[in-house]
Ligand binder design. Sequence first.
Ligand SMILES: [Zn+2]
Length: 468
Amino acid sequence: MITMSGRPVLRSRVIARSLLGLVALLACLPGCRRDGPAYDNLVLVTVDTLRADHLGLYGYPRPTSPYLDELGREGVVFWHAVTASSHTAPSHATILTSLYPEQHRVLVNGQALDPGIPGLAGVLGNHGLETAGFVSVRFLEGLRPGFETFDAEVADGEVFRTANATVDRAIEWLEDREPGRRFALWVHVYDPHQHVVTTRMPEPYYRHMLEDSDRRGDELLYFLQQEQGYPRDYLSGAIDRYDAQIAFVDAQIRRLFEAAAEAASPARTLRVVTADHGEGLGHHNLEGHGRNLYQEQVRAPLILHGDTSRLRHGVVTTPVRHVDVLPTLSELLGVPLSRAGLHIEGVSLLPLLENPSADLGIEPAFSQRRPPDERRLRIGWEPGIKLAAQNGAFKYIRNPEPPHEFYDLRRDPNELRNLIHAESTEKDRLRRWLDAKYDSLRRDHRAESPSDEIDPQVLEDLKALGYI
Ligand SMILES: [Zn+2]
């Protein structure tokens, strides 16, 4: 276990390097072939603000995701993947490190990851893979540690880079890189977040959504209209724009993966798509994200796609967590973290790839809301800590003040009937687990407290994007 006492950053770097050296010596474990890892290369895409239930492969009837649907038909689809936060930077830092926000200390957008924490780039980079990250907002620049190449460039006067431009840069990198060397590429795209910007819709995807006369996707819309009194025209417009941005991003992911297949053997490349969090779209009276931890906020798509002889198609219904992403990908790339002595919160999901109903005995999924700042308190956020735990069947939400919330997700997936006052041993068990987990996490800082100093340009971006 890496201790962060004393001189935390330096000490943890030294220990991490020696541990990672050991990893290289480990014998081949599940996920490796006898003559090497299951995959040489990784392309990981994170789509900002992407609800799983707005993708065809997760049952959405509108044509938002033809390419991801193809990947889902061939690859492994995790039906119930849960994010650690409903806020961008903390959630991404968890994907990259297998630590929860209290541990990696990236609690709000703009904060930086401690270079002493060996995340995805450090782990795979130390194993000889060339690493690169291309993100679409400047405020994720703080996740640079460990990446050999990192690009968070946004044009002057803009607050984000559109997915086609970010993918263009990633493709240039793929084409120019040293051939033959293994690589791990992370690409972050942001466009669905910007569905609130009515004037910049990606044509022709937007037209296509408007022309989609079927509109079966409006089931949720009608539900919200009846249950929560949202004006139908407002929601309809927001959902059309959101779906159009998803379709645009879907096409860009196709371009990226096709370019990766040109640059390196597609059979030796693992392709992964997930999201940092979802979006309210009116559900639980929230249009955006960040303020609460309901399923529309914390359920993310998670798709693994690779050569089908090594990764058979399957839909995994066992709940999994974003902390499980790093150990799973590392193991598929021949770097099993389970024996590295590195502290991680997740487990490798490889047994689920072999047997989707395997019981890994993993802990419930833990999610934590970002801490509210003054602006958020002014617009009505409750001061204090909000946490959630879920195990696939039940979910407990600890609000800053009672009443807390308890849902039976099997009978009430939309979380409309709070059962907090009902007698339930499941409720008590989940509450006790959540309290103990949070207690242990907040005593387990693996980085120094984040600096309040944020780059002035990033601050400007965060203001323009409505974060502060
Ligand atoms: Zn985000």
